[in-house]
Design a protein around this ligand. Structure first.
Ligand code: G16
Ligand code: MG
Length: 215
């Protein structure tokens, strides 16, 4: 049986994936590095420095560690401006109902987000107290696609991986779930998220019975 649902944040529960995209494309533009939505798919779920390295490599730009930190801070400030006005109305449709169903069935709710801004976003959305356990960038050494972040949540629940489902919108995040040997739900396009056991366009299309039947 499935006893835990472990959610990604950006792009699964709210549209911050779009804000990350806007902030990275502004930075890439300043560096005169071409950056489109296909590049962005590669960056979803990837941590801040890893994302910057991808852009610098694409543009053949060589910088010192100090210069890189300055650019990463700049992107983060832009991102924080974009999330500053978020409120509970920015929670994707269907999340409240899905969480209520999970609680009713005594299924643990966990968060696995690569973002250092995760706690702030959860608070802005008004859902910080809905989680039984939150793993964010501060709690893990290895980012997605490494399985550590999802496994950290399963361990906190004292559950084996096959009793957990991971829910992700990113290629790197799904790889993380698959490597953790958990069941997987993709949120987005099936062609992009082909590694997932099942894919829905968005959280409001979630079919809980279908997902519970995975184990
Ligand atoms: C998110 C995003 C990534 C972002 C990363 C780090 O992860 O998907 O695009 O680069 O976090 O974010 P920050 O710069 O805020 O630390 P997730 O795992 O919530 O999708
Ligand atoms: Mg995501």
């Amino acid at each position: 049986a499935i006893n835990a649902f472990i959610f990604d944040l950006d792009g699964v529960l709210t549209d911050t994936a779009e804000y990350h995209y806007l902030a990275w494309s502004a930075l890439a533009n300043e560096l005169a590095v071409p950056f489109d939505r296909d590049d962005n798919e590669q960056l979803k779920g990837v941590d801040r420095m890893g994302s910057l390295d991808y852009i610098l490599k694409k543009g053949n730009v060589n910088l010192t560690e100090q210069q890189k930190l300055t650019l990463a801070d700049k992107k983060n400030l832009h991102y924080q401006q974009l999330i500053n006005d978020m409120s509970p109305k920015d929670l994707f449709e269907g999340v409240t109902e899905l969480f209520a169903q999970l609680k009713q069935q005594n299924i643990n709710i966990g968060l696995a987000s690569a973002s250092k801004n995760a706690q702030m976003v959860l608070e802005r959305l008004g859902i910080a107290d809905q989680f039984d356990y939150v793993a964010d960038a501060a709690k893990v050494a290895q980012g997605k696609p490494h399985p550590e972040i999802f496994l950290t949540v399963a361990e906190a629940f004292f559950l084996p991986a096959d009793q957990c489902v991971g829910i992700e919108d990113s290629i790197a995040g799904l790889q993380s779930i698959v490597s953790a040997k958990m069941h997987s739900v993709g949120i987005g396009q099936p062609e992009v998220l082909y590694q997932a056991d099942v894919v829905y366009a968005d959280i409001k299309s979630f079919n809980l019975q279908q997902v519970l039947a995975l184990a």
